[in-house]
Design a protein around this ligand. Structure first.
Ligand code: IGP
Length: 262
């Protein structure tokens, strides 16, 4: 079993347990459930920096990144920095996150929030909504074409934006459908952890222009972003490069100002 298979196996057990603890009706009663969406896709289209800043304490590829921060400070820091939105890892076992992190970020900010999770079940989309997300991630490597269709259509019915993530051409070909808002290319192979920005560059040519293109992972310099912009990318998902500092918000602010000055 590769790491992605392990994560998905554990996620299946976790979702089953969560479903038995919190019924759908309770999620639907959340005060946040009918909150109007703040669209990440729209924010990216209207931005010239396009940064989506991530909250990530640890990961299977890097182990600990930063365990000493408070999500509320990180969220307000990212919003004040001028990021288009924030990605909040909610997986506990492999990334040290939680749905409470999402709830805290929501209470502290108004900008678009992405629930960064291994989504395999509609129940997780109801959770995303109940805990204040505006956007959800779907990962093509762990879903069939039918699952992508069903989950993305359900997300749209809940008024959530959908970011679909691919890593190769085969995943992209099976995924292109109208119920997606953004197409993300993960520069990191989730099975081997290899990272190359060339993955974004080569797949950009076959992503239809009606989707906002997002490049994810392994981005640490202004030059890399300038380069990716030439390939049509409008969104740049950055985690570790911000989170490894003592003050991710301040670091992101400098980074975004520098990018906007170019
Ligand atoms: O920390 P980085 O290299 O800047 O990467 C951020 C983000 O792209 C990465 O965390 C990510 C992209 N897709 C994912 C899917 C699941 C978990 C994590 C991810």
């Amino acid at each position: 079993m590769n790491i992605l298979d392990k994560i998905v196996f554990d996620k299946g057990l976790e979702v089953k347990l969560r479903k038995s603890l919190i019924p759908v009706a309770q999620l639907e009663q959340s005060a946040l459930f009918n909150r109007p969406k703040n669209s990440l896709a729209a924010a990216l289209r209207n931005s010239n920096s396009g940064i989506i800043a991530e909250h990530k304490r640890r990961s299977p590829s890097k182990s600990v990144i930063n365990q000493n921060l408070n999500v509320q400070d990180v969220a307000t820091g990212y919003e004040n920095a001028g990021a288009c939105g924030m990605s909040v890892l909610t997986d506990a076992k492999y990334f040290g996150g939680s749905l409470d992190d999402l709830l805290i970020a929501r209470a502290a900010t108004k900008f678009p929030l992405l629930r960064k999770e291994f989504i395999i079940d509609e129940y997780q989309l109801l959770e995303a909504k109940a805990y204040g997300a505006d956007v959800i991630l779907l990962i093509a490597a762990i879903l069939t074409k039918t699952e992508i269709k069903n989950l993305s259509e359900f997300a749209k019915s809940l008024n959530l934006d959908v970011l679909l993530e691919v890593h190769n051409e085969e995943e992209l070909q099976k995924s292109i459908m109208p119920s997606l808002d953004m197409l993300g290319v993960n520069n990191r192979n989730l099975k081997t952890f290899e990272v190359s920005l060339n993955t974004s560059k080569s797949l950009s040519k076959i992503i239809p222009d009606d989707f906002v293109k997002v490049s994810e992972s392994g981005i640490s310099t202004i030059d890399a972003i300038q380069d990716l912009k030439h390939y049509g990318f409008q969104g740049f998902l950055i985690g570790e490069n911000f989170m490894k500092t003592d003050n991710p918000g301040e670091y992101a602010k400098k980074f975004i100002h520098e990018l906007e000055a170019k």
